[in-house]
Design a protein around this ligand. Sequence first.
Ligand code: GZL
Length: 385
Amino acid sequence: MKKQVLSSVLCATMAAALLAGCGSTSTGSAAATSAAAAATSQAAAAATSAAAAATSAAAAATSAAAAASGSTIKVGFAQVGHESDWRTASTNSVQSALSKDNGFDLEFVDCDNDSAAQLQAVRQFIQDQVDYIVIDPIVSTGWDTVLGEAQDAGIPVVVIDRTIDDSDKYTAWVGSEFTNEGLAAGAWLKEYTEAKGIKDVNVLVISGTTGSSAQLGRSKGFDQYVTSEGWNKLDEQTGDFTQDGGQQVMESYCKSYQGKFNVVVCQNDNEAFGAEQAMDAAGVSYGVDGDVILISFDACTAGLTDVLAGKINADFQCNPLQGPDCAKIIKSLAAGQTVEKQTFMAEPWYVHDSDLTSITYTNNAGQSVTEDLVPVTQDIVDADY
Ligand code: GZL
């Protein structure tokens, strides 16, 4: 059944419950992103627990309606893969929000970081005549043809996390402003090196999956500071968002640039864990008491644990919990309502030291923003995704 007609009670319950929780904002501009990103750790922790409460409240309301209507919403989800802690949290968030109890029949495909397999999965969903398709696109291009096929089949597409940059034939997107993540990292490094009196900044970058919007945005944002501050970026190679990838690249860097670098930027926590292993083996000290400043992205639980321990100096969160928003969007569409084209996730910037309390930078929308830096505590680690 293509359309799920839900009672106004269910929609009101869903809207109230989910608006209380998942820390996202619906906006056409990045302004709300920067405001939301200023959320404190307590707000983030509260949002996490509220999101859990919201999801269970919505489940109760939705399962009643689904039982009453006797139908469920069939959804095909083509996930990037299983490359990182972040990805595991993303998969769990979508699977728990689009569960049978919540009125969904979810067809899940792990595309194992293979773009051809991901396109094939979407075409299979079209063949299976699902009601909706959810995609987390491995790379940001090559999508217009298959999205046109979904459109011709009358199947709305919801994109989560990474962006599709060569087509707008999808109904909604929920995710992060990746360029702002890179800009925030650059703004923090500027403040940090100035406060520490570090004049020569020699940077090595371990980037994410080449061509993914997360990699493109983080590189674009950080490189604006490399240029404006005159930092010396010695090299940038992809670690493909994996721990093995981060370790292999860092092993090579330790040989090629021995004694020449004092900053390592890893575009996700799993790469940072691999880089730590390689620097340990090479006898290179890093972190708040080391010779090398280590910057990471995602701020997963294990990443924040390393920030608390002083191994990672700063970790720029990328929020993986798009499940509740995804469910809310699909339920709204099933009820014949319109939805925002873009929904940005709220995401704090975490640091070890508390001497710097905020950063000010010009975000990707050209606005000057000031955002909190959140010193990591055990409570924050315990409340994380
Ligand atoms: C970013 C997400 C990235 C994470 C990585 O939104 O797509 O992919 O930063 C993950 O950990 O593998």
